[in-house]
Design a protein around this ligand. Structure first.
Ligand code: PBG
Length: 343
């Protein structure tokens, strides 16, 4: 025993570096912190439907609301008042408006009306729109399906129309979330041709074919079509990325930048921190990360089971996503995180 004591003592006696010194007081830890999550890093995704919709207002798994159209302005004002720079719109499309070819996506739809309403009510919050047709198709795929194949180029044409409609309605930033090939190039060239050179595109660059989108698909009502018709979730694997891959994300990142993307999204976030870091190291572009519905539902249930506090776990996960290299973090708990960060 005494032998152990003396060995430990002598082995430590000359020690000069003690990393614990800088962890001893809160203010020292504050000074030494390598990254700092701020409210400005947050994006609030918002689900909403028509005022007369029969959809329930609660999205249980996420503990958030499915807003009515006329509530949107208030949500935007609340987010802006907390310092959240932007909101991301996710309209819940009435099943009667869905079709094989996503026709409703080419009209002045719920999304376009919401963009205008929010820009009128709160000009000082950014509006990011989801450019994707999965909510508009009966089968829930992000493209037109023919002979069991999700068509690429025909679907990109629809996305380009949709992107232009969003910009004309006043969208500040476009976020194409489909992972079809060449859609950034197509959208950028349509925007340029129409004189909208300055609209940024956050491309969903590395969107993985993950099971963690379940609560989102329930929230926008696309799970039913996906489960009961057409190609099903397997179809998504023909355009979303394989969860086993990371180098491929770097290829996607380089392509998106060449095609005219301004920021690159990784999604889900927490399971793919290595991908965030790989893109951070391979490019100089700003990175967005989406803490997806499955990740957020897990935080809710962990807190509900009582083993940790909701806000603490929420801020820990967001901080880790930020540390990995993401500046823009989409999070269903953005309002709660902003409140926690401000106090
Ligand atoms: C639309 C879209 C999805 C998500 C964001 N945009 C669903 C999907 O691709 O199936 C998922 C977000 C989440 O799970 O929180 N394409």
């Amino acid at each position: 025993m005494s032998n152990v004591e003396s060995l430990v003592k002598s082995s430590l006696s000359g020690m000069t570096t003690r990393p614990r010194r800088l962890r001893a007081r809160p203010w020292l830890r504050e000074m030494a912190a390598e990254s700092r999550l701020a409210v400005a890093n947050l994006v609030l995704p918002v689900f909403f439907c028509e005022d007369r919709s029969q959809e329930s207002t609660e999205i249980q798994a996420l503990g958030i609301r499915r807003y009515r159209f006329s509530e949107l302005a208030d949500v935007a004002r609340e987010a802006a008042a907390l310092g959240i720079p932007s909101i991301a719109l996710f309209p819940v499309i009435d099943p009667s408006l869905r079709s094989e070819t996503a026709k409703y996506a080419l009209t002045d739809d719920l999304a376009c009306r919401a963009i205008r309403a929010i820009k009128e009510a709160t000009p000082n919050i950014g509006v990011i729109t989801d450019v994707a047709i999965d909510r508009y198709t009966t089968h829930g795929q992000d493209g037109i399906v023919r002979n069991g194949i999700v068509l690429n180029d025909e679907s990109v044409e629809i996305l380009a129309h949709m992107a232009l409609a969003h910009v004309k309605a006043g969208a500040d930033v476009l976020a194409p979330s489909d992972m079809l090939d060449g859609r950034i190039r197509a959208i950028r060239s349509v925007l340029n041709a129409e004189g909208h050179h300055n609209v940024p595109i956050i491309s969903y660059t590395a969107k993985y074919a993950s099971v963690q989108y379940g609560p989102f698909r329930d929230a926008v009502g696309s799970s039913h079509g996906l489960a009961t018709s057409g190609l099903g979730p397997e179809g998504k694997k023909t355009y979303f990325m394989d969860i086993r891959n990371r180098d491929e994300a770097v290829l996607e990142a380089k392509l998106d930048l060449e095609e005219g993307a301004d920021a690159l999204m990784v999604k889900p976030a927490l399971s793919f921190l290595d991908t965030i870091l790989a893109i951070r190291q391979a490019t100089a572009a700003p990175i967005a990360a989406y803490q997806v519905s499955g990740e957020f539902a897990n935080i809710r249930s962990a807190a509900a089971s009582g083993w940790c506090a909701y806000e603490t776990l929420l801020l820990e996960t967001l901080t880790c996503i930020h540390r990995a290299g993401a500046q823009m973090i989409f999070c269903y708990g953005a309002i709660d995180a902003a409140k926690a960060l401000r106090c």
